[in-house]
Design a protein. Sequence first.
Length: 426
Amino acid sequence: METTTNSGNRHIPRQRWVRIIPIAVVMYILAFVDRVNVAMVLPYANKDFGLTASAIGFAAGIFFVGYMLLQIPGGILAGRWSAKKVVAILMVLWAIPAVASGLVQNVAELYIARFALGFFAGGVWPAVLVLLATWFPQKERGRANALWMTCLPLSAIIMTPLTGWMLTLTTWRWVFILQGLPPLIWVVVWWIVIRDRPSQARWLSVEERDYIEKSIAEEAATKPPSAGYWSAFTNPKVIWLIVAYFFWMAGFYGFTMWVPSVIKGFSAHGQSELVGWLSAIPFAFALLAMVVNSMWSDRRMKRQMHVAIPLIVGAVGLIAGQFVGHWPVMQMVFLVVAAIGVYGPYGPFWAVPSSLLQVEVAGAAMGLINALGNLGGFLGPYVVGYIKGHTHGEFAGFLVLSVFLLIAAVISIFIGSDKKPHAPAV
């Protein structure tokens, strides 16, 4: 595979796209499955634990309390040591509580397993973003991020039908156990294929390696010199990215955790397998939106509106969907619209931190953004569960989620990340 440089007079091979991205996609699908399956599996644990809607929301949300703790260390270790090794170690460690979720004997143990799962999965996201930043120049990074992050809707497309099918064959405990084991296999593939930087990859051509290293070096020259981690953490744009991501994730996870229950409500029969297939439909459209939006963002080298507009679309989808409860087809249409909106910004959003900061501190900053921002992942599911338990309806919860998305969109519009950096005087 080849691509043309901006000069247009020579072709650069594209082996990095087929060697790095697919391996990372599968790896994170295996990590993300434990956030997708919980909404479908936990209702089946009612016979054992008698879980309320609030308890299910808490079990889903406590994952993110653990998830925030290794974000910054993961980013620092990836930048200073090895993204490849950080991810490999964490793959083994998160598999343990994933399997243990199927062995718990009470609600307290379930909460502990979910917390531990979040803790060990927490360092993976910033580590992979550091890896991608060393392999893909800024003019490709929106697409690289989005193609990797297709693991998020892909995990829903693949795992919701699979989980529904598995629940028709076995118990909820075995679903957790069987879905927790694959990382122990994939870590071998990850270790064999992935390299931390182009200079370590024997399969990389001289032309492609020179192109990557020269492009990234030129980008580094346009950024201000690194003043350390504290300076990166207190950068005003980084702080606003944290706030925007918090409200985005509150709306995002509140939506994804409750999609199966919404679909089950208008499913004629409500069987778990049918609910799984119906739940996959919005995520298929979300995948397409992620790729198209990131390609457009890279082509324009603009990020702000490519984050804000999808979030506004998502908010509209969430609100409008609550007015068509008696028309299942229209409700599915608006679920699709909402999914497009909450997934669409991923590539452009995560291209911003590495465009502002030197790579040695960008990983830690991305870890901070993901850590604090994902606390919204605790807020969203819990708020929906709490409101649903008191109102016995979906409307108020989804209205709150839509407001969260609109707040994130407004911040994204005015964050000022599209201003062109100036190279320092020589």
